[in-house]
Design a protein around this ligand. Structure first.
Ligand SMILES: [Zn+2]
Length: 314
């Protein structure tokens, strides 16, 4: 078989996988920036399409048809305007400086190296380029190298790389926009279940119970919180994210993940309120903490983590 002839110990060694991670980190930067904008355009366009039915609007809002026809016409023009915009996706258009529109050349786009060579400034207008870009590339590279070291140079390690890459993208998108797109959480959940069914990750029963329990545990906390405090503490994206983590890591990892992410979330939340004057009412996204908890669970491993928690839970 073709797969058997590949020298995995070289191609999936920490160094090679680390370099691969730098490139994936560069791709994640694009996804983190563009996916929310792409989805926003898609949603606005879909909503506009629904508002072109003047008769339906007249019935629903009990308004005279003449009035809703005017509205439908305006919305229709709006929809046409969105359709006439140039294509905006992950692969195209090419990356540009947001300040001067300078199109990045291939060597300026190199992960980590490009940013370092430019000294963190746009080659054309010298506007500073956020440190976040090289940082995400570095984190992804280090994560991939650690996975190779932790799970060995074997094909299933690539699955874990995909899992971690999706988690990094989700954490950053949640931080930026306070939402976790279904376009990432749901495929991640299904991929976790399929990987378990193929015997590549955790046993399938643990993955299935993990996915269901992951969703329901946060869903229950959400409703309890809503009943007691009369406001929402997190969103449905968080439930789907924990369901995906349960599918990948198995149900025994759920409690450690929830405890870790709540503890870190509480500490950071209190610090933000105390030191940064962050209002109590301003929502703090929970996704990044869940991702942090999930990554610790993945890298530390189940026996060590449960032993550690057992120590503290008595
Ligand atoms: Zn520029």
């Amino acid at each position: 078989m073709f797969l058997a002839t590949i020298d995995w110990s070289l191609w999936l060694s920490p160094w090679v996988l680390g370099l691969f991670g730098l490139c994936i980190g560069s791709f994640l930067n694009v996804v983190i920036h563009r996916l929310p904008l792409m989805l926003e355009r898609q949603w606005v366009h879909e909503s506009a399409a629904q508002l072109t039915d003047a008769a339906a609007m007249a019935r629903a809002a009990r308004l005279p048809l003449a009035e809703t026809e005017k509205l439908a016409k305006a919305v229709d023009d709006f929809g046409t305007r969105i359709e006439s915009l140039p294509h905006f996706g992950i692969a195209a258009p090419r990356s540009r400086c947001p300040h001067c529109g300078h199109q990045l050349r291939w060597h300026e786009n190199l992960p980590l190296v490009g940013w370092l060579r430019l000294g963190g400034k746009c080659a054309a207008c010298k506007a500073p380029i956020s440190k976040r870009y090289p940082l995400i590339e570095l984190i992804t590279g280090l994560a991939f190298a650690t996975l190779s070291w932790r799970f060995g140079a074997q094909p299933t390690t690539l699955l874990w790389c995909g899992f971690v890459a999706a988690l990094i993208a989700l954490a950053m998108i949640d931080l930026d926009t306070q939402f976790l797109p279904d376009d990432i959480t749901l495929p991640l959940l299904w991929a976790g279940l399929v990987a378990a069914a193929m015997g590549w990750t955790v046993p399938l029963d643990k993955a299935l119970v993990g996915a269901a329990a992951g969703y329901l545990s946060l869903w229950s906390i959400y409703w309890l919180y809503k009943l007691v405090r009369k406001r929402e503490g997190m969103g449905y994206g968080d439930f789907k994210l924990l369901a995906a983590m349960g599918a990948w890591l198995g149900w025994p990892m759920l409690l450690p993940i929830i405890l870790l992410s709540s503890a870190v979330g509480a500490v950071v939340g209190i610090c933000l309120i105390l030191f940064r004057g962050h209002g109590r009412e301003i929502p703090i996204p929970f996704g990044p903490y869940l991702v942090g908890g999930g990554l610790v669970a993945l890298f530390v491993g189940q026996p060590a983590l449960l032993g550690l928690l057992g120590l503290y839970l008595g």
